[in-house]
Design a protein around this ligand. Structure first.
Ligand code: FES
Length: 262
């Protein structure tokens, strides 16, 4: 089945193709009109009246008449050349709408592009299980992955006796936690001393598994589904899973030291 980003990309490409197909005859007609516009050249023979000038025409007519004093011929009104003004305005209007549609298409493409490139919204391959667990240990208890707006923490299924996170993590020994605070959306940093996630905006605190500990947050941090495939850990950042309730304490781990936001 086609994924959402590819579906959006195909839709944008289809709209652009449709806009181009729709505007092509108009652009062709504009080009043809411009090409058909005659260059105005004025050739004036020295000593003779200008044939483009109404007075000149009258004088020539008078000369052809023998200068006999008859009434001068009325100069003929010239038919305007070049593109018709109404048609030109219509084409310009359509061309501007074509520009707007093109800009919209490019913006939409820019919006979904990170999802195709492994950023937030994509299924991200973080590397082998051993590599990820090693990086979590090196990070003092968490691995930060800014492009996916997530933290990885070690997940021990034996501590999750009720299986609260079992379905979310599958066979993965690491759990993915969304960095966005569930109170009002600030990015929640890691506190090195407490080994908790502590929000600097209004003081919410979450333990290493992102479970609620303190502050105005209504629940634990949201998270992403994780799975192990071919020995690598994949995180689906296109699917945000609502965090556990305030009372969920599967980890039950107190702060390792002083809090950072207190
Ligand atoms: S946004 Fe984090 S506590 Fe308010």
């Amino acid at each position: 089945m086609m994924s959402l980003p590819l579906l959006l990309l195909a839709t944008v490409a289809g709209l652009l193709a449709l806009a181009f197909w729709w505007l092509r005859p108009i652009l062709q007609s504009m080009a043809a009109e411009l090409a058909a516009t005659p260059q105005r050249t004025r050739e004036v023979t020295p000593g003779l009246a200008d044939p483009d000038c109404g007075i000149g025409i009258a004088l020539m007519a008078s000369a052809a008449d023998g200068g006999g004093g008859s009434a001068p011929a009325k100069p003929k009104r010239k038919k305007p050349t070049g593109p018709d003004r109404r048609q030109f305005l219509r084409n310009a209007w359509l061309a501007s709408w074509g520009g707007v549609a093109g800009a919209f298409g490019l913006s939409a493409l820019g919006f979904i592009w990170p999802r195709l490139g492994g950023g937030f919204g994509a299924v991200i391959n973080l590397g082998s299980v051993d590599t990820v667990l090693g990086q979590i240990a090196d990070g003092g208890g968490r691995l930060e992955y800014p492009a996916g707006r997530l933290y990885m923490v070690a997940y021990d299924a034996s501590k999750d006796s009720d299986g609260v996170y079992a379905e979310l993590n599958g066979e993965s020994p690491a759990m993915a936690i969304y960095q966005k605070c569930v109170h009002l959306g600030c990015r929640v940093p890691w506190c090195e001393t407490s080994k908790w996630f502590e929000c600097p905006c209004h003081g919410s605190r979450y333990n290493r598994w992102g479970e609620y500990q303190f502050g105005p947050a209504p629940r634990g941090l949201d998270r992403f589904p994780t799975e192990v495939r071919d020995g690598n850990i994949f995180v689906n950042t296109g699917q945000v899973v609502t965090g556990p309730t305030r009372t969920t304490q599967a980890l039950g781990e107190p702060a390792a030291g002083p809090n950072c936001n207190g």
